[in-house]
Design a protein around this ligand. Structure first.
Ligand SMILES: [Mn+2]
Length: 229
């Protein structure tokens, strides 16, 4: 039996990441990208993920920071990406540049596949069960995976079909499902079966929002944390 945690969309929110990591003990942790962007603590979040040994894929906000390409972003997201590119250390930038866009590996004999957006468009495509569930069995078969974990939408779900499980752990640093607590999942692998638990934990939203305001980042990035949207 092995327990694995999936987190995503930390978005430079150190207070949220600290709260989630405190719940996970020494569990293996995988991150589905968007480590930076929106929030005010990119270097601290990268350092914490690295020191905790978290394995991550690249998200579209991480990509924007390392390439300077923000043409696909709205104005407020672009401001944050440019700010992040200015304040990020050389070491943090090297780390983001080292991240793959997809990753697969085995846990207890079950194949896991990770990417930020979708298996067909790693950085940008938004996937949710409402629009994509007919594709989920196709993804699972094509990737020979028992579990696919995706990020990007900041809305958690767990979908189970005959061929396996597709999930999104939601967002650690900027939840958008109306619940302001950090979202993540814990998957238990045993005898070829996967059981997934959706988790929430509250964190110091006030502290994270204050840092965003002090950094002069758009007010909306701070105020939305309180409502979880
Ligand atoms: Mn994101």
């Amino acid at each position: 039996m092995k327990k694995v945690a999936f987190v995503s969309d930390v978005h430079a929110n150190l207070e949220a990441l600290q709260a989630v990591l405190a719940k996970l003990g020494d569990m293996s942790i995988y991150c589905l990208g968007d480590i930076v962007g929106y929030g005010a603590s990119p270097n601290e979040v990268i350092a914490l993920l690295r020191s905790r040994g978290v394995t991550s894929v690249l998200g579209n906000h991480d990509y924007a920071v390392i390439t300077g390409s923000t043409s696909d972003f709205n104005a407020r997201a672009a401001i944050s990406a440019k700010w992040t590119a200015r304040v990020i250390s050389a070491e943090s930038e090297e780390y983001l540049k080292s991240l793959p866009q997809e990753l697969s590996f085995d846990v207890e004999g079950s194949r896991i596949y990770l990417t930020h957006g979708s298996p067909l468009d790693h950085l940008w495509e938004y996937v949710d069960p409402g629009t994509h569930s007919e594709l989920f069995d196709f993804y699972l078969k094509r990737l020979s995976a028992r579990l696919i974990a995706l990020g990007h939408t900041h809305v958690p779900y767990v979908w189970k079909g005959e061929n396996g499980t597709v999930l999104n752990p939601g967002s650690v640093g900027q939840p958008r499902d109306g619940d302001n607590r950090s979202s993540y999942v814990v998957a238990t692998f045993e005898n070829g079966e996967v059981e997934v638990q959706e988790k929430r934990t509250s964190y110091d939203i006030r502290g994270a929002a204050e840092k965003i305001r002090e950094a002069g980042l758009p007010e909306e990035h701070a105020s939305r944390l309180f409502v979880g949207m």
